[in-house]
Ligand binder design. Structure first.
Ligand code: TYD
Length: 226
């Protein structure tokens, strides 16, 4: 592709929402997308593991409490789901100039498999880069809630077993501490939001942060209202 064409091709914005189990990501992403669509943005919502046929099938495998998986087996499944998500959903949506929200992405692998399971972080970073062909979020919202609070929420919501959600409290604490460490290492990209507050307050905060960021960015390929 000639350089001038590449420069003029639309490129949407890629925002990820991360956090421990029960942090409220799914509700937040849906509400945030609805608010931003109403203000004229072309918004796409997607999630991991899932978002593609392969991702959906891998999700049921990786979360199956009946399946005895090693920590690296678990990691490969998340990475395979991510690779298909990037190729089939994220890259096409970004090339079409959309504002894309993903409920989880590469930081989840660093927090859960790296800080939580104790796998080598540098190797996980390299594998994430391979699986995503170097796609990085433009911005990330980290919903931070104490592990006890998050787990209590998920246990009220569902009694179905989940290999990862059912891991012990110490594991979930390491995951949360891992997410905070990632935010400290990359404070330009990752903004921490206190998600122990009521959902409308968390949404108002998130909306203000994203709206301010979009305004400052000034790229409006995904704003159909302008
Ligand atoms: P999700 O359905 O988003 O869980 P929740 O809604 O409870 O937050 O994700 C499923 C589980 O998979 C969750 O426990 C986090 C875990 N996970 C990883 O361990 N590594 C990963 O790379 C991803 C994407 C998810």
């Amino acid at each position: 592709m000639p350089a001038d064409h590449a420069a003029s091709a639309p490129r949407g914005a890629f925002i990820t929402v991360e956090g421990g189990d029960g942090a409220g990501k799914t509700t937040l992403v849906r509400s945030l997308a609805a608010c931003l669509s109403q203000s004229g943005h072309r918004v796409r919502v997607t999630f991991e593991p899932g978002g593609t046929e392969l991702g959906t099938r891998l999700r049921s495998l990786v979360l199956d409490p009946e399946l005895d998986l090693g920590d690296w087996d678990e990691t490969w499944l998340f990475l395979a789901a991510r690779a298909s998500h990037v190729q089939e959903v994220l890259n096409p949506a970004l090339s079409a100039g959309e504002l894309v929200f993903s409920d989880r992405f590469g930081d989840s692998t660093l927090a859960y498999q790296g800080y939580g399971r104790g796998l080598d972080l540098d190797r996980l970073r390299r594998l994430n880069a391979e699986a995503t062909n170097e796609l990085q979020p433009d911005m990330t919202l980290l919903l931070d809630v104490p592990a006890e609070v998050g787990l209590a929420r998920t246990r009220v919501r569902s009694s179905d077993g989940d290999r990862i959600g059912d891991a012990d409290l110490a594991f979930h604490r390491r995951v949360n501490a891992g997410f905070r460490a990632l935010a400290a290492q990359d404070s330009e990209r990752i903004t921490i939001i206190d998600a122990s507050r009521e959902a409308p307050t968390v949404l108002a905060d998130a909306f203000e942060i994203v709206h301010g960021w979009l305004d400052a960015r000034g790229n409006d390929s995904y704003n159909v209202a302008r």
